[in-house]
Design a protein around this ligand. Structure first.
Ligand code: PMP
Length: 405
């Protein structure tokens, strides 16, 4: 059997694989805690459910327009106006099967083989593989000062004549960092000056804590919308807790959106009409579920950080947004894959190795689960790595005893 070069270069999604592992262990009756998750646990908004239920009852579920239904586009246009203060037209918008597909078709519309795509590291797991799917080359960039905050100079150092696209994920998965307004301004202006496409992946933009504001990239755009190369990505997965509905979107200049639609038309056709109905219900409905989710997550974050602080030697950067923390465990373990495996094997706690996001020595620990899971999960982790913690640990009925040497 011969497999394509691109096919061979693509790895399994580490985070989706973890969900599978969790489901398998759960089905076996194991007492496993998922601190690697990427989805809020709250119910989808009531307005999403009622809208889709009514439509489903009609029994007439047909193909949707390739780039989204008119009402979906209208809802996105309003969302963009409300949140970004720009008024776009239906031809500036494409709805896709998740933000993931919106990013993917944008990349396919932009990239030629050998083009280079720059994004700050740590980065969202899929950016590198999506880039490779286009035959292009991922260029992850670490901040020179070792923080999670790259500067324009860090990015600029990696720009070559092949650089076609920069991706900024603000707020950031996996670090929970919100980039400064100055950085967003720098990067928007730089991309404009150089004619480089800029994807702003803002899928977490409303799950922000401590009163911090996420900069609006359009505040720094000086070009006319139709000549601007800024592509804004959003979706219902995180902010509305609707991961399974698979609706995301892109807003960009009309020419690019047309090419993206052509590509999507041959890939999946339009996103499911049923799921677009639900997304429209969420976008046009009562918005209080977002604030309620945000508050829950902020509280979860506080609990997680308090728990983590009880483990000596960890380097903790407090997340300002999202539902992820990215914790430096290198004082204990240099190899994050090994550590993540040890935690799963020994105490049945799932975490994501930092190496999957381009940073070794870290673990991504989510706080989108219950407080009980967070506290119990961290106490299990502490038991494994901290030699000064108690001699015994109970996982349900199972008693673990520390091996002393
Ligand atoms: N971008 C980022 C940064 C994400 O974390 C995710 C989901 N984990 C996505 C895009 C994809 O979202 P969707 O579920 O809408 O495909």
């Amino acid at each position: 059997m011969s497999i394509s070069l691109i096919g061979k270069s693509i790895g399994e999604s580490a985070t989706l694989k973890l969900n599978e592992t969790f489901a398998i262990l759960k089905a076996k009756g194991e007492n496993v805690i998922h601190l690697g998750g990427g989805e809020p646990k709250s119910r989808a908004p009531f307005d999403a459910i009622t809208t889709v239920a009514g439509f489903l009852n009609s029994g007439e579920i047909r193909y949707a327009p390739v780039d989204g239904t008119i009402e979906m586009k209208q809802a996105i246009i309003r969302y963009t106006l409300d949140n970004y203060k720009v008024k776009v037209e239906p031809e500036n918008v494409i709805a896709s099967s998740g933000a993931k597909q919106a990013i993917m078709v944008a990349m396919q519309a932009i990239l030629n083989p050998q083009d280079e795509v720059i994004f700050p590291a740590p980065y969202y797991v899929s950016y590198a593989d999506m880039t490779k799917l286009c035959g292009a080359i991922p260029i992850p960039v670490r901040a020179e000062d070792g923080t999670f905050y790259p500067t324009l100079a860090d990015i600029e150092r990696n720009v070559t004549s092949y650089t076609k696209l920069i991706i900024i994920n603000n707020p950031n998965n996996p670090t929970g960092v919100v980039y400064s307004s100055a950085f967003i301004s720098d990067i928007v202006k730089f991309c404009e000056k150089k004619g480089i496409y800029l994807i702003m992946d803002e899928i977490y933009h409303k799950l922000v804590f401590d009163g911090i504001k996420v900069a609006n990239p359009y505040d720094f755009v000086t070009k006319d919308f139709e000549t601007s190369k800024l592509i804004l990505i959003n979706g219902v997965s995180k902010v509305y807790a609707m991961t399974g509905f698979r609706i995301g979107w892109a807003v960009a200049n009309k020419k690019l959106i047309k090419v993206m639609s052509n590509i999507q038309g041959h890939q999946t056709s339009g996103p499911s009409i049923l799921l677009q109905k639900a997304a429209v219900g969420a976008l046009n409905g009562i918005q209080s579920p977002i604030e309620s989710l945000r508050c829950t997550l902020e509280n979860n974050r506080n609990v997680l950080i308090e728990q983590l602080k009880t483990i000596d030697g960890l380097k903790i950067q407090i997340p300002q947004a999202t539902f992820y923390s990215f914790i430096d465990f290198s004082a204990y373990f240099k190899d994050s894959t090994q550590l993540s495996k040890l935690l799963l094997d020994k105490v049945r706690v799932l975490t994501v190795p930092g190496i999957e996001f381009g940073a070794e020595g870290f673990l991504r620990i989510s706080f989108c689960g219950s407080i009980k899971d967070i506290t119990e999960g961290i106490s299990r982790i502490k038991w494994v790595i901290d030699p000064n913690s108690a001699n015994e640990l109970f996982i349900g009925q199972r008693k673990l005893v520390r091996e002393r040497n």
